[in-house]
Design a protein around this ligand. Structure first.
Ligand SMILES: [Zn+2]
Length: 287
């Protein structure tokens, strides 16, 4: 069962507007309509059985609604195959209660986005959140590296991530976009000795996946050569397949990973085994 560890949807009534705004600011196109049904259709077309939703809290006041919606989404997991993380903002002073609440309600993890949340990842507020989330057994997934919508914003730059990992040791930290979107050389050099997970979302660019060492392309896509090297230096048991749906075509994203040169054992781990282990899925019920 293939698991997509990095997907987004928007509440039905906001989806159209949110998608238009985001695709406009990032100059990228959307491959589904941003609704839960749209995601299910694209999963079905790609042969993906499960997806993890990563909501982003851009204002502290949104955390409550977003986390309530995550809980509702997860109640239908058996029918939909879709599992939502919760969200939190660094300015949520009641972070301890929020994180405890997520764990109590069985929400498996929390998403952070230093660029959208305009806060450095090595800020004390994130350190506290990551530490407290880990104490509550939550997976923490953070955007890592640059963001296509905010060129040059370095809130989630690799040296900041490295600095956090020197101070605390979360056991289930996932760095999106292979450790640092647009700064994969830093990710490869500075993070391989840290026990972190990386997701593959929006990293392997279909147009540029064969360009090898092309330095211009290195800023916006990860070469196949570096991808393979990173999978092996971080360990195939630390890599999680993700689509970043609706911002990539799920089928194409899957095909890129499948044809990247990984062995079939590595593919099994990346496409489903690692995610199932991290999320505690299928441990008793599947066989
Ligand atoms: Zn994303």
């Amino acid at each position: 069962m293939i698991i997509d560890f990095h997907a987004h949807t928007f509440p039905e009534q906001l989806a159209r507007r949110a998608i238009a705004r985001l695709s406009d600011s990032a100059h990228i196109k959307n491959y589904s309509d941003g609704t839960l049904d749209g995601l299910r259709r694209s999963m079905h077309a790609a042969g993906i059985g499960h997806a993890v939703l990563l909501p982003v809290v851009t204002k502290p006041s949104q955390a409550e609604d977003i986390n309530r919606l995550a809980e509702e989404t997860n109640r239908r997991f058996r029918d939909t195959g879709i599992l939502s993380f919760g969200g939190i903002h660094p300015d949520n002073d009641d972070y301890k209660d929020i994180l405890r609440g997520l764990a109590d309600r069985g929400i498996p993890g929390v998403k952070l986005h230093p660029v959208f949340q305009k806060t450095d990842f090595d800020d004390i507020r994130y350190l506290r959140i990551v530490d407290c989330a880990s104490e509550n057994g939550l997976v923490v997934l953070t955007h890592a590296g640059f963001d296509i919508s905010f060129p040059g914003a370095d809130h989630a730059a690799v040296p900041r991530i490295r600095s956090v990992l020197r101070q605390i040791r979360p056991d289930k930290l996932v760095l999106a976009h292979m450790g640092g979107w647009g700064c994969w050389q830093d990710a490869e050099e500075l993070l391989a000795d840290c026990s972190v997970y990386l997701d593959t979302a929006f990293s392997l660019d279909p147009l540029r996946s064969n360009t090898g060492r092309d330095t211009a392309a290195e800023h916006t896509s990860l070469s196949r050569e570096r991808f393979l090297r990173m999978v092996r230096s971080f360990g195939a048991d630390r890599i999680l397949f993700g689509t970043d749906s609706p911002w990539t075509d799920a089928k194409e994203a899957l095909e890129l990973v499948r044809t990247s040169g990984l062995t079939s054992a590595e593919l099994d781990a990346v496409l489903s085994g690692n995610a199932a282990r991290l999320l505690g899925l299928f441990s008793a019920a599947s066989h």
